[in-house]
Design a protein around this ligand. Sequence first.
Ligand code: F0G
Length: 457
Amino acid sequence: MELPFAEAWKIKMVEPIRKSTRAEREKWLLEAKNNVFMLKSEQVYIDLLTDSGTGSMSDRQWSAMMLGDESYSGARSFFELKDTITRLTGFRYVIPTHQGRAAENVLFSYLVKEGNIVPGNAHFDTTKGHIESRHAFAIDVTIPEAHDTQHELPFKGNVSLEMTEKILKENPGKVPFFVLTVTNNTVGGQPVSMQNIRETCALCHKYGVPVVMDSARFAENAYFIKTREAGYQDKTIKEIAKEMFSYADCMTMSAKKDGLVNMGGFIATNREEWYEGCKLFCIPFEGFITYGGMNGRDMAALAVGLEENTEFDMLDTRIRQVHYLAQKLDEYGIPYQRPAGGHAIFVDADKVLDRIPKEEFPAQTLTCELYLEAGIRACEIGYILADRDPVTRENRFGGLDFVRLCIPRRVYTNNHMDVIAAALKNVYDRREQITHGVRITKEAPLMRHFTVELERI
Ligand code: F0G
């Protein structure tokens, strides 16, 4: 008999979690103003808010932490991290930052000017925020098929070359760089093919525009290239990742995802002038250039994390778990962005709560319902997260309205996946009775989803 699949790790340390009652959750959600970011973690049973900084480190990472060098400058841990990054990505210059958005802040402070246009395949919200707060414009050039949640494509995170070329042609001198996000988080953790990476970079370079790879989930992207793209089956994840980076000019990294650490990030490039430019912003914003917002021990753990998470078995374990959850949702007929992505399932809230108008934020409503049902904390990646248009100040209802069930790395078992699927089924089965959504009572001008206050209508 063929042996079944099992995780590529065993568990050495556990953290107890606790269920709650519906009455408790109703009280807590009201206190949190219907914004799950405002809940205390003890009020959550299964936490799917994000896969960012929520993973479990390995015994090797914990032991590396004990060897961290905390010297203010020239720490050994920095050079070990830098060497690992250079080996995996081919980039020689490395600037550590405290997380991904800090890398964006440092790089964009140097590169983005008022009135600039920064195209990309669905910028993450902090990326968009760092562009728009500098009075520049982030334009999404993801392939239009990505917006049809039921359309199955192996590389649904791809860039539309046509849309990109139009922007590049019409805006000479105004595009400081292109942001290529792998995997494409906003449209559902969807991968970008090697062919599309190669063609996008070649197109940008033809117009003299450099490419910055937002690499938060680069290893998951490499996994999909290996398992879905012709010609890559026999290559290792490390070889594929290196080829991905070889086409780009720079990377920003949120190490809290595919770096398998709880905090950290970096910028890496071969462009010496960019490195020099970033240094000027790294020192006042983040810290000296050999720690830039990270402890020596965190850099040591990150070097090991990058090494581990570019091994096929680790990625296979993770992505199979996400796909296990997807299969359960298929059994129950619950619509989500198809095919399932790398780090999460993106439930299509517009289709689930089709009686709730956009103005009442279906995905946020479904997020609240799932929490009330079982204490599961998901995250709205939809109309609230999209923020208002910076010019008209109108809500942006043009995109997709998802509830993201985001799976932390090496944290939950498939039994937890069963609970998540069952809870969602219960909400799905009573969807006809959910006829009213939520209304915003207080919001920040930018990145409002973190602190927004809402009331049930
Ligand atoms: N880029 C992408 C594609 C991201 O998904 C994130 C964070 C960032 C940049 C910013 O990195 O959090 O380290 O500052 N995404 C998290 C999420 C927060 O939940 O998807 P950060």
